[in-house]
Write a protein that binds this ligand. Structure first.
Ligand code: HEM
Length: 495
């Protein structure tokens, strides 16, 4: 055949496309009876149907077209998406074990290699999860409770904000330091001064990782990891920051080893080292150096970024809606007053504040697509067969913004969590921390932090905007794994 002939070239191109389509089609039958899927292109799959700046929005659209369970193709990888409260309840809670795996998309695989609580599976995950939950509980620890640590840190935060002397500033950095110090205190046994050079580097790394994970470049890495490994982009920044973070954590672990007293564990690292020693003759033990390092990295990042980003959103929303800020202050005056520190017991007597915090979490929809899950076995689900190992996206956003469950799902409305008597009203559709066996391990810590930090801040300050409240944009600035707010400066006026 003469390939210089234009007709032949077209024929060859057509043949190549057909071959590629056939290749991918021929691979699909091994994927069981997957739920319906929008038409996909060879090689790229449905990639071009995704809004790269807000992928969860594309999934919501597809949900309307294809129903609550559908498939997408990311390249030649099938992804099953579960949408809507009823489907999520069934998938995450009632069939909790079936989808309790963590799917390691290439970027997570590269960062964690499957070690640590957040990114492990099977027996490893079970052992680490059980240990971490009970250790975090114990680090109320009889000596100083987690509540006391948060209360103390909230006072440090108040002092740092007061030092700004009511001039406009961006509170994000100080809030990130305060939140991070809670997890540092639990994991490393110490808090850091906000000016400490080592701490500043840690904060930069944590922020760098979280910002980069919300950039579209990461999706490109996940689709073409082998090529992207050699190219510049936000993924390279993530790898550098993770490497720096691991070096820091390794130094901390070494200094804990040097000063360990078996009968007096000071923190999570000491408890883990003790457990490693206890299990040193057990060949199946998952209490290893790699799991210690990655579990600490997981706790540090998960514990710092999520709660502090929620607080950033909270301040913006309260500045935008000063009447809501004022109503919380009234509740603080009635229940706590101005002389004593807020405590977690107050929450039950402060339904309005509790409702606002829940509504902030619902409205901001911080982790809209949840962390990637995986089918742990071949799963029969609503007439489909989802093979073991399939990537499953549980679209938390579809529960947090469900029109069937919320009166005004797209607008900020604390009444979503209040009954007609003004009492706090729970909602099953509130899945900000996900649900089921793999639900956020730090949910109760995070809830405690949000309540204590916000009430302490509002007890001491009124937050005002330097621009017109109407111009504060409370829609996301970036969406990826986490949804990030815009950046503003505020004045904190002392009460
Ligand atoms: C507002 C704050 C927070 C939000 C919205 C949040 C949300 C989430 C979500 C959606 C997941 C994924 C759950 C799933 O796969 O179904 C998760 C997992 C996790 N979170 Fe949080 N989180 C928050 C705070 C924290 C804190 C303070 C910690 C620190 C202890 C923490 C530690 C973890 C860990 C270790 C996992 C992995 C659990 C596992 O894979 O078994 N989180 N979180």
């Amino acid at each position: 055949m003469d390939s210089s002939n234009p007709g032949t070239t077209v024929l060859l191109a057509l043949l190549s496309v057909l071959l590629i389509v056939w290749f991918f089609r021929s691979k699909r039958p091994q994927y069981g009876r997957l739920p319906p899927a929008p038409p996909a292109l060879p090689i790229v799959g449905n990639m071009f149907q995704m809004n790269i700046k807000a992928p969860h929005k594309s999934l919501i659209k597809l949900n309307k077209q294809y129903g609550p369970v559908f498939t997408l193709w990311f390249g030649s990888t099938p992804v099953v998406v579960l949408c809507g409260f009823a489907t999520l309840k069934e998938g995450l809670i009632e069939r909790g074990y079936d989808f309790s795996g963590r799917y390691l998309v290439p970027i997570l695989q590269k960062i964690s290699a499957g070690y640590g609580i957040g990114f492990s599976n099977g027996e490893r995950w079970k052992q680490l999860r059980r240990f971490s939950l009970s250790t975090l509980k114990n680090f109320g620890m009889g000596k100083r409770s987690i509540e006391e640590r948060i209360q103390e840190e909230a006072q440090f935060l108040v002092t740092a904000i007061r030092n700004k002397q009511e001039i406009p500033f961006n509170p994000d950095f100080l809030m990130r330091c305060a939140v991070s110090n809670n997890i540092c205190s639990i994991v490393f046994g110490e808090r850091f001064e906000y000016e400490d050079e080592r701490f500043l580097t840690l904060m930069e790394r944590a922020e760098g990782i979280s910002r980069a994970l919300s950039k579209p470049g990461v999706q490109i890495y996940n689709n073409f990891p082998k090529i992207m490994d050699f190219l510049p982009g936000p993924h390279q920044k993530i790898f550098q920051n993770i490497a720096g973070l691991k070096t820091f954590v390794n130094q901390m672990i070494q200094s804990h080893r040097d000063s360990l007293r078996k009968d007096f564990p000071r923190d999570y690292i000491d408890s883990f080292l003790n457990k490693m020693d206890e299990e040193k003759h057990n060949p199946n033990s998952e209490f290893t150096d790699e799991n210690l390092l990655m579990s600490v990295v997981n706790l540090f990042l998960a514990g710092t970024e999520t709660t502090s980003t929620t607080l950033q959103w909270a301040i913006q929303i309260l500045v935008k809606y000063p009447h809501i800020q004022e109503r919380i202050y009234q509740e603080i005056c009635e229940v706590i007053g101005s002389c004593r520190r807020p405590s977690i017991e107050d929450r039950a007597k402060m339904p309005y504040t509790d409702a606002v915090i829940h509504e902030i979490q619902r409205y901001i929809d911080l982790v809209p697509m949840n962390l990637p899950r995986m089918a742990t076995k071949d799963v029969e689900f609503r007439g489909y067969l989802i093979p073991k190992g399939t990537l499953v996206i549980t679209l938390l956003s579809s529960a947090l913004k469900a029109t069937s469950h919320w009166e005004t799902p797209e607008s900020f409305n604390p009444n979503h969590f209040l009954d007609e008597n003004g009492c706090f009203k729970k909602s099953e559709s509130f899945m900000a921390f996900s649900a089921g066996k793999r639900m956020c391990l730090g949910a109760s810590l995070a809830r405690m932090e949000l309540f204590l930090f916000l009430t302490t801040l509002l007890q001491n300050f009124v937050f005002n905007s330097v621009i017109d409240q109407k111009d504060i944009d409370i829609s996301p600035a970036a969406s990826g794994i986490v949804v990030i707010p815009h950046v503003y400066e505020f004045c904190a006026i002392s009460r």
